[in-house]
Design a protein around this ligand. Sequence first.
Ligand code: AMP
Ligand code: ZN
Ligand code: FE
Ligand code: FE
Length: 277
Amino acid sequence: MTEKYVDLHIHTNASDGTFSPSEVVKRAKSLGFSAIAITDHDTTKGIAEAMQKGKELDIEIVPGIELSAYYYNTEMHILGFYFSWEDGLLNQRLVQMREKRRNRAAKIVEKLRYIDIELNMDEIMQNASEDKAVGRLHIAAQLVKQGYCKDINDAFKKYIGKGCVGYVPKLKLTPAKAAELIKESGGIPIVAHPALSKIEHLLSRLIDVGMMGIEVFHSEHSLQDTESLLNFTQKQNLLITGGSDCHGYGKPEILIGKIRLPYHYLEKLKESVPQLV
Ligand code: AMP
Ligand code: ZN
Ligand code: FE
Ligand code: FE
């Protein structure tokens, strides 16, 4: 039997990816994936369309989410898989998170005005319509489009990254609260890209507050990062996930296809979902 592969971290244009859910599924199919997870920031809007397309193309769609949490001032991302994405407590909280994102986008634009950067607010807010989650990547893209920055990285470095004039944090959820929300909705909380977030020193604490696994494989983790995270998860018998974190054209490179996680990791994940066993 040939090995089956999955990508458990993909964004759509429901948050800050540039591909529609259908386009993501089509690309995943043509790259030979058996399953993918849709993990947009603070919204489940893309999941239904992806599932529809998944049925059509015979590719399994895992419902997911990527939440942001803060431990003191350290930001980290928490992935949630297989939570009840059509209703439930988490969904109610997501509405508040998106509202906060809208206010924050306006605040960032206002702060940038102090330094004579006049961004087109309407264009930015198009990404906040319906149930979409507007984010810094949209503002970065606008900074590039209007000629204030040479690329997305430049925008984060000069204007909207932590410590910059336009930096504004989001709704301050603690990691414990994020894990609780995901679990209450029947889902599995996983610490996203710990090496990219530089939070390896917090991992034990995060496991203590309810995280059930770690995203070991990620397109921005080095081989060394991956090995040491693999070691950590195996020693502690934690779940292991992996994904490209593709944002379409939102990042310098189209990342889907960069991480091919063997299907057995997804099988193991599914075994720990109460409503699937
Ligand atoms: P937000 O959730 O609105 O704070 O935006 C976070 C998003 O911005 C994530 O998807 C990150 O991948 C992206 N991001 C953060 N820092 C950078 C950076 N330096 N260059 C490009 N994208 C970044
Ligand atoms: Zn993103
Ligand atoms: Fe992330
Ligand atoms: Fe992500």
